[in-house]
Design a protein around this ligand. Sequence first.
Ligand code: AMP
Ligand code: MG
Length: 397
Amino acid sequence: MISVEEAYKIILAQAIKLDTINSPFVESYGKILDEDLFADRDFPPFDRVMMDGIAFDYLTFQSGQRRFKIEGIVAAGAETQSLKERQNCLEVMTGAVLPGNTDAVVRYEDLEIENGVATIKLDNINQRQNIHAKGSDRKEKDLLVAKGKKISSAEIAIAATVGISNLKVKRNLKVAVIATGDELVEVDVKPKAYQIRKSNVFCIESYLQNLGVETQSFHLLDDKKSMQEKLRKLKNEFDALILSGGVSMGKFDYVPQVLEELGFEKLFHKVKQRPGKPFWFGKSLEGTCVFGLPGNPVSSFACTVRYINPWLTKVQGLPIKPSYAILNEDFKFKPDLSYFIQVKVECTPGGFILASPYNGNGSGDFANLSEVDGFLELERGKNLYVKGEVFRYWGFR
Ligand code: AMP
Ligand code: MG
C-alpha cells in the first residue's frame, strides 16, 4: 500500500499528448490556446479621444484664450478630421480619432457652451490630456497571449480585437466513465428492493465536463467475460478510463484481475487514505490510463477531486496551484491513513480560509456532499489534528 503523495506522483507522471484543433473563438472558453496571439495593429490604433467634450490646440489655451468657436463635431467611427483655425475647437466624442492640429481634450463637465462657442472653466490643463495615445497599450506585432494559456473571457476579447475568429486549441481529453455492479440500475428505473440507482458516473462526468473533458458513460456487470470484452474495446477509444466499483476484496470485484489480463500495467493498488483505500491505477501499452476507483460515491468523488483533477491540469500543460485552509476545530483520527475530511469553507474578513468539518456517515453517505464545499487533506502520521493547523484543501465547488 502506498502513500497519497506516492500515488499522486505516479499519476502525474502519466502524460497524454493532446493534438491541435481549430475552434471558433466564441466556443473556446476553457480550452487551452495552442498558438501565440499577436497584435495585428497598434493598440489603440489611433490617438483616441477619451472624454466627450472639445479638442483644441494646447498652445492657444496656454496663450490665455478660453473661448473657442466650435468648427464641427467628430463622432466615434468618423473619418479623421483636422481643425482648420488654431483659435477654434471641434466637439469630439469618446472613441473618436483625435482631430489633426489638436492636442488636448476638455470634457463637457468643464465647459460652458453658448451660441456655438465653448468656454473652458479651467485654469490649468495638460498637453495631451484625455488622449489615449496610439500604440500606448501595445505595439503592432507585440505578443498579447502566449500559447498554453487557458482561454477565459479576456482571451476571447483579445481574439476578437485582433480579428482571429478561429483559434488553434488543444483537443479535449476523451474519458470513458464506467460504472460496475450488478446492483445498479438506470436513473429513470424504479429500483427493486435489492438494487440502487447508479449515481457515481453522473457525478464524475459532470465534474469532468466542467473541466473541459469529453465524457461518455458505460455500465459493466460483475461478470469477467463481458467486462473483458467491453474494456478491450474501450481502451482503444479513450485517453483514459475511469471505473467505479469492483476494486475491493469482494468475491465479484473483478476489475483489477480483468485489467491485468487485458495487458494493463498495474502502477499501484491501494492507497493509505480514507476514503478511497482500494484505488487501483494503471496504464495500457498504448498509454491509456485507468483509474479504478472504489464504488462508494464519496470515495470515487474524493479520488476524482484529489487525483484526477490535478492530472488533467498537468495534461493540459497548466500549472497546478495548490489551495490551503485552516482546520476550524480539533479532529481525532486514529488509523495510519490520510483522511480526506469533508469540510465547509468560509473566508473570514481577515482573509483566512477556515475549513469546518462536516462529517457524514462514511463513504457511502453521498447526501452529505451537498452540505460541504470540498475535502481537507489531514495527512497521516498523527492522531490529533488541532484547530488552527493548515492543510491542503481540495474544493469541488
Ligand atoms: P464496490 O466498490 O463495487 O464494492 O461498491 C461499493 C459500494 O458502492 C456498493 O455499495 C455499491 O453498490 C456502491 N456503488 C458502486 N458503484 C456505484 C455507482 N455507480 N453509483 C452509486 N453507487 C455505487
Ligand atoms: Mg461492485
